[in-house]
Design a binder for this molecule. Structure first.
Ligand SMILES: [Zn+2]
Length: 551
């Protein structure tokens, strides 16, 4: 991989160390100090952070790209900030940003930019230009007036790059991507599903959701709904509900939502052994559901209330779950070992060697910022709601899908398919390097490729697990060899599968039941919750307790 050297004026120390580290992991760059901007050469890229607007006039002519932070005007007045960033409909901007107005927290200590003739405004905040492209002979200059963050102790880059807080970092990442275009990693296409927690197959409806109506909406608006269903509910299923799922796998899929759906089920203090028993029981119940209905359930876990711990992740992987879908902020709270320079900014977080956690976020009327930031970072787009998300009909779900579809070509698919395509690739001559963000990935070898290698990075403090490698070519298959660091010979059109050796290393069918089987208490509790949800549409809207619709 070609790493581009980025000159930082007046020195690299003007760029926060963790910001530097994060950017160098997200793009193929390294940073060097540049005391005199006049000495930069043709073809180089410069970040100018002195705040001296005169310094950019010293830039030599020629093909030299520069990101300039305009002179800071100290102001306490955050009112100027407004509460959104408005991106222009400009060809200079990443397609995913063009023309959007995204909710943003007020940004203290910034001023609007003074516009010069020829400037193209790329973004405004509260009506003030904050990012412009300034033309230069043979090149252009990005000028930004919002200061880059200085990370306080305990802060990580993710604190400055998530829904409603992204603009202090986004223009710099945009610039670094632009100057390294075509030399770094290729990402998977945009992938999405809408996720709904709790519904089951006991009836062709659940609370405010009418499955057939939702299916028709999904078909006509082009989206996929993944139902996170509680394995404890697998004891019965309604044929009409099953039929809808069986006939329409493009629109509907199922995944696991805990085991009993007890409180803090995957985030309380338990040993890995206890979690293994829980995960194994969850899988056995899923097996039963599949056997009784002929449906497939993604081996993906959506933890109840979104939270899970390191121990639960290791156990889920060992039992055979291919991944977890959880809120990034809750994952951060419960997993201190995962805090690396770009935690929350990559395709997935990898725990316990190879257990991937893909992010999800709350589906609400203002989730456009979360959708766009996920897309900008190439992460899966998974807004999550409940049956009461449809309290006013399906408009909110349809509108959310429409926002996702406005990003361009989006693959709507089940969480299992999202996880199996969760890797990035880099082409080196005829070798394709693959960096997995999942424990089971599948791909078809593209033309012109003769070898495939697994690229293992230090994604976090843990060591990566070994992977085995399966090749299918026509009816033949080359089986199960361990992947070494040496690229393997392949043929274009081969179907490849890489599987972590830690996935399903325990036979869940032989694992004992949870030591203190919760089911005796859990079943009545779950039945109460289900009845409550199912009768909720009969209760006058203003009499529904808030607690019932907050989880
Ligand atoms: Zn739930």
């Amino acid at each position: 991989m070609i790493q581009k050297t980025i000159c930082v004026h007046p020195s690299v120390h003007a760029l926060d160390a963790r910001l530097r580290e994060g950017m160098a992991k997200l793009t193929p760059v390294s940073f060097v100090s540049c005391a005199d901007i006049a000495e930069c050469r043709d073809g180089e890229a410069v970040i100018s952070l002195s705040g001296d607007d005169e310094v950019i006039r010293k830039l030599p002519a020629g093909n030299l790209r520069c990101f300039h932070l305009a002179g800071a005007v100290s102001r306490e007045d955050t009112g100027l900030g407004g509460n959104s960033i408005e991106f222009a409909q400009s060809e200079r901007l990443d397609k995913r940003l063009r023309g959007r107005a995204l909710v943003h927290q007020p940004i203290p200590g910034y001023s609007g930019l003074r516009i010069e003739p020829g400037d193209e405004i790329l973004a405004r905040c509260g009506g003030n230009p904050v990012w412009v492209a300034r033309p230069r002979p043979a090149s252009s200059l990005d000028v930004v007036s919002v200061p880059l963050p200085k990370l306080a102790t305990g802060d990580i880059l993710f604190d400055y790059f998530h829904r409603s807080r992204f603009f202090q970092v986004l223009p710099l990442l945009h610039f670094l991507r632009e100057v390294t275009a075509g030399t770094g990693w290729d990402y998977p296409p945009l992938r999405a599903c809408l996720m709904l927690d709790d519904p089951n197959l006991h009836w062709p409806s659940y609370g405010f959701l009418r499955y057939e109506k939702l299916l028709n909406e999904a078909k006509s608006r082009g989206f996929h709904v993944a139902f996170a269903t509680v394995p404890l509910d697998a004891w019965v299923s309604h044929p009409a509900a099953v039929r809808l799922f069986r006939r329409h796998p493009e629109q509907f899929s199922l995944l696991a939502h805990g085991n009993d759906h007890s409180k803090h089920e995957l985030s309380r203090s338990r040993t890995e052994k206890d979690y293994l028993r829980l995960a194994a029981q969850s899988l056995r119940r899923i097996d039963r559901l599949e056997k009784n209905t002929g449906l497939h359930v993604s081996r993906v876990m959506a933890p109840p209330h979104g939270a899970c711990t390191d121990e639960s992740l290791a156990a889920l992987l060992a039992a055979g779950f291919e991944g977890v879908c959880a809120a990034t902020n809750l994952l951060r709270k419960g997993n201190h070992r995962l805090h690396h320079a770009c935690f929350g900014l990559k395709l997935a977080e990898i725990a316990a060697g190879s257990a991937p956690v893909i992010p999800r976020f709350k589906l609400d009327s203002s989730c456009e910022d979360a959708i766009v930031i996920s897309a900008f970072l190439n992460k899966p787009i998974i807004p999550v709601g409940h049956h009461h998300t449809a309290v006013d009909g399906l408009d909110l779900l349809s509108h959310t899908a429409e926002v996702v579809n406005s990003l361009g070509d989006v693959k709507w698919q089940s969480p299992e398919k999202i996880l199996r395509s969760n890797f990035r690739t880099f082409r080196e001559n005829t070798t394709l390097w693959i960096e997995p963000y999942s424990c089971r990935i599948q791909l078809i070898v593209p033309s012109g490729i003769t070898h495939v290698g697994l690229y293992v990075s230090e994604n976090n403090g843990d060591c990566y697990s070994d992977f085995t490698f399966l090749v299918r070519h026509g009816s033949q298959s080359r089986n199960g060899q361990k992947v070494s660091s040496v690229p393997q010979p392949v043929m274009p059109g081969d179907h490849l599968e890489f599987v972590s050796v830690d996935l399903g290393k325990v036979n869940y069918r032989e694992v004992a039941h949870p030591q203190f089987s919760l089911s005796a208490r859990a079943l009545p509790r779950r039945l109460f919750c289900e009845l409550r949800d199912r009768f909720m549409p009969l209760i006058p809207r203003d009499m529904i307790p808030k607690a019932w619709t907050s989880g």
